[in-house]
Design a binder for this molecule. Structure first.
Ligand SMILES: Nc1nc2c(ncn2[C@@H]2O[C@H](COP(=O)(O)OP(=O)(O)OP(=O)(O)O)[C@@H](O)[C@H]2O)c(=O)[nH]1
Ligand SMILES: [Mg+2]
Length: 307
């Protein structure tokens, strides 16, 4: 993986279809899954729990005739915490920067208030949009029709297509549609750049992904992860990371009886980090209490969740 520089002056400057494409949709529709599939790399945390993505993540796809700069955003939802407001801001920033929106639909759930909000945001920002109906590998024809009817009523000009974000081949038609709707221009990034996010921050997201998988219900939503150190020792990488929890009584849930839970989180995170870095990993996890961090702007800034 190459961290992106803001120009590709060392490469020959290439031209083609290019621009920023925001991924918009309620939580759990498969936005981050699509990003990972298109990039062929697990950069963004993905989970079956809603509100997995907390901040904007940029992912760059370059091929022979186009450079598409995806902005993966948190899912559109209603919440009262400062963290929810920070997530709303991240969505608003993605919409501001976007040349084009990909509105992701999840037909496996009945359209509801979050879809109303999503469609409203898309219609209100005045940018061209594509409706991408995801999860068509598991949704029934009737569910797909219901979801599409809901969104087409609110975004009648948007072209629509069916995809399976888990599958590169069944996401190809979306890439072609995106390219067709982007303007021509010089590429901003080099051919090998795939993100501008630091490896440490991606590692923190992958650790959080492991945590989301291992923990149930509310607790994982109240954990923030920070990678404190990243050191090479021979061919191994040693990472120290802190899991910030909101309450003392969450410690026992995360650590588990005899430390079994945290050991499973660590092992699962190590596998993800190894796949990402290509190096064997030694991960040390620390657990600290940061009382009510989701309500504190200063802590949100410290955890890089507030732009
Ligand atoms: N069957 C099926 N499942 C999918 C598909 N795309 C995504 N998923 C699953 O949907 C769940 C949510 O995926 P995410 O990519 O985390 O969704 P998201 O839209 O980024 O969610 P937030 O970050 O919470 O807004 C995961 O369990 C994915 O494996 C698909 O095409 N088919
Ligand atoms: Mg996501």
């Amino acid at each position: 993986m190459t961290a992106a520089t803001s120009s590709n002056s060392r490469d020959q400057r290439r031209f083609g279809r290019t621009g920023y494409v925001a991924l918009l949709g309620r939580p759990n529709t498969g936005k981050s899954t699509l990003l990972n599939t298109v990039l062929g790399q697990r950069l963004a945390a993905v989970s079956s729990k809603p509100q997995t993505t907390r901040k904007r993540l940029l992912g760059i796809h370059t091929d022979k005739d186009a450079q598409i700069i995806f902005l993966d955003a948190p899912g559109v939802h209603v919440g009262k915490l400062e963290l929810d407001k920070a997530m709303d801001k991240a969505i608003a920033r993605a919409l501001e920067d976007a040349d084009l929106l990909v509105v992701m639909l999840d037909p496996t759930r009945e359209p509801g208030a979050e879809d109303e909000l999503t469609a409203g945001l898309a219609a209100g920002c005045g940018k061209p949009a594509i409706l991408a109906v995801n999860k068509t590998d598991v949704a029934s024809a009737a569910d797909i029709a219901r979801s599409l009817a809901f969104y087409r009523q609110r975004l009648p000009d948007a072209p629509f297509l069916e995809i399976v974000a888990l599958d590169r081949v069944r996401s190809e038609a979306l890439l072609e549609q995106v390219k067709a709707m982007l303007p021509e221009g010089p590429f901003l990034y080099g051919d090998d750049d795939i993100t501008n996010t630091s490896e440490r921050d991606i590692a923190a997201e992958l650790i959080r992904e492991a945590l989301l998988e291992e923990l149930r219900q509310e607790v994982p939503h109240s954990v923030a992860v920070a990678v404190d150190s990243w050191k090479k020792k021979g061919n191994r990488l040693r990472l120290d990371a802190t899991l910030y929890i909101e309450r003392e009584n969450h410690k026992a849930i995360i650590i588990g009886r005899g430390g079994q839970k945290i050991a499973r989180i660590r092992e699962s995170a190590e596998q993800r980090l190894q796949a990402f870095t290509g190096a064997p990993i030694t991960l040390c996890l620390f657990v600290k209490v940061a009382p009510d961090w989701r309500q504190k702007k200063k802590l949100l800034q410290e955890f890089k969740l507030l732009e």
